[in-house]
Design a protein around this ligand. Structure first.
Ligand code: HEC
Length: 93
C-alpha cells in the first residue's frame, strides 16, 4: 500500500513533464546546448539533434545562416558556429 501511494506523485510528475516540458535535448546543461537553444529557437521550435545526420546539419546550418541574414539578424561568430557544429556532431543521428 505504501509503495503504491509513493508511485502516484512520481507518475504525476512524469506525465506533467511530457505535456508541459520542452523536448529534452542531449547534455542540456552544457554551454554548447545552451547556445544551441538560444540560437536555434528564435524562428521556430528547437529541432532535436537526432533529427538529422551530421552531414545534413552542416548543410542546414549554412541555410539557417542565410535565413538569419535575410532577416537582418547578426551572423554567428566563428566560435559560435564551431560550438553549434560541434554540439550537433556529438549528438546527430
Ligand atoms: C532567422 C530565423 C532562423 C533561425 C535563427 C534558425 N532557423 Fe531553422 N529554419 C528557418 C526557416 C525560415 C526554416 C524553413 C525552411 C527554409 O526556409 O529553409 C527553417 C527550417 C529549419 C529546419 C527544417 C529544415 C528541413 O527542411 O528539414 C531545421 C532542422 C532547422 N531550421 C534547424 C535550425 C537550427 C539547428 C538552427 C540554429 C543553428 C536554426 N534552424 C536557426 C529559420 C531559422
Amino acid at each position: 500500500m505504501k509503495k503504491a501511494l509513493l508511485l502516484i506523485p512520481i507518475m504525476a510528475v512524469a506525465i506533467a513533464g511530457c505535456i508541459t516540458g520542452p523536448t529534452p535535448i542531449p547534455d542540456p546543461d552544457s554551454a554548447a546546448a545552451q547556445l544551441y537553444v538560444a540560437k536555434c529557437s528564435a524562428c521556430h521550435s528547437l529541432p532535436h539533434p537526432k533529427r538529422n545526420s551530421y552531414r545534413e546539419w552542416q548543410h542546414l546550418l549554412v541555410l539557417m545562416q542565410q535565413r538569419m541574414a535575410e532577416r537582418g539578424m547578426p551572423a554567428w561568430t566563428r566560435e559560435e558556429r564551431d560550438t553549434l557544429l560541434g554540439y550537433l556532431q556529438r549528438h546527430a543521428r
